[in-house]
Design a binder for this molecule. Structure first.
Ligand code: HEC
Length: 120
């Protein structure tokens, strides 16, 4: 039956869309609570904490960096290159009950901070 498999696909899509009930999953709030101190209110970075600016990266670069920092990097066949990149470990932030979505966080950071995105 074609119809029933279509319904199954819809149900699956709905499930995927509503997954991830964590304590805090609003990326803007997570950024404010957990990232501002090192990356700045406008993504300008904070030299005192060695946090680099994140207002000059593409969405793709941000997402890949976040996945890398989450330890979820397997796109390039595992082992993600230079791990002096692990000075901060997003896993420890996630353990506090923050659900970081690399895609949504990258979108948030890009749309809020990136100067090119603002100009339109
Ligand atoms: C304790 C300070 C600190 C906190 C908190 C912190 N970061 Fe970072 N972040 C850094 C440092 C230092 C680097 C660069 C070196 C490294 O990767 O360890 C970095 C690198 C990054 C990069 C890669 C930037 C690049 O140039 O490639 C991204 C993206 C990023 N952080 C996102 C986040 C997000 C999202 C959060 C909050 C969930 C966060 N960071 C919290 C210090 C911090």
């Amino acid at each position: 039956m074609r119809n029933s498999s279509f319904i199954k696909i819809c149900a699956l899509a709905a499930l995927v869309a509503t997954n991830g009930f964590a304590i805090e999953s609003n990326q803007a709030k997570i950024y404010e609570a957990q990232c501002v101190k090192c990356h700045g209110t406008h993504g300008e970075g904070n030299p005192a904490k060695k946090g680099p600016a994140v207002n000059n990266k593409s969405i793709g670069d941000l997402q890949i960096a976040i996945m890398d920092l989450q330890g979820n990097m397997s796109i390039n066949g595992g082992g993600s290159g230079d791990h002096d990149k692990m000075e901060h470990n997003l896993k420890s932030i996630e353990k506090k009950g923050y659900a970081i979505s690399s895609f949504e966080m990258a979108q948030f950071m890009y749309n809020s901070f990136n100067l090119k995105a603002k100009k339109k």
